[in-house]
Design a protein around this ligand. Structure first.
Ligand code: DQA
Length: 138
């Protein structure tokens, strides 16, 4: 099973960025833990701060992978292009967020991704990614 985690802008700063919201672990540390725990899954990770690069990656993997776990970060709330890319591909997408976006500012309550996603998992910290991964296995 081939699954990719795609992270959007500023998620390369996990472990440094607003640690009260996003925690102390870097994504690379967490990713190693996930790879160990889900050894049977061919798990890859891509991060970009650039909207077009995220769209390119979604298109590249979106007809051959078994699943995409997508945290489009701030682009979740702004990007028609990423939302359209999610709808254009065949691979199912699970949208994840580390924080509970509904408990935060109003501009974070809308997502351009959700309507095209298989499901949405948010508010469980980095465990949101783990729950998303599990959803592809059951
Ligand atoms: C986020 C929530 C977004 O609103 C924010 O812009 C992020 C991270 C999350 O994982 O909680 O960068 O997607």
């Amino acid at each position: 099973m081939k699954i990719i985690i795609i992270n959007g802008p500023n998620l390369n700063l996990l472990g440094k960025r607003e640690r009260n919201i996003y925690g102390d672990l870097t994504f690379e540390e967490f990713f190693q833990h996930l790879k160990k725990k889900f050894e049977a899954v061919e798990l890859t990770y891509f991060q970009s701060n650039v909207e077009g690069e995220l769209i390119d990656k979604i298109q590249e993997v979106g007809f051959s992978y078994d699943g995409i776990i997508l945290n489009a970060a701030a682009y979740t709330h702004t990007s028609v292009g990423i939302g359209d890319a999610v709808k254009a591909i065949e691979t199912p997408v699970v949208e994840v967020h580390i924080s509970n976006t509904f408990a935060r500012e109003e501009f974070r309550h809308h997502s351009y991704i959700s309507s095209g996603a298989k499901g949405v998992i948010l508010g469980f910290g980095l465990q949101s990614y783990e729950l998303a991964l599990q959803s592809f296995l059951s």
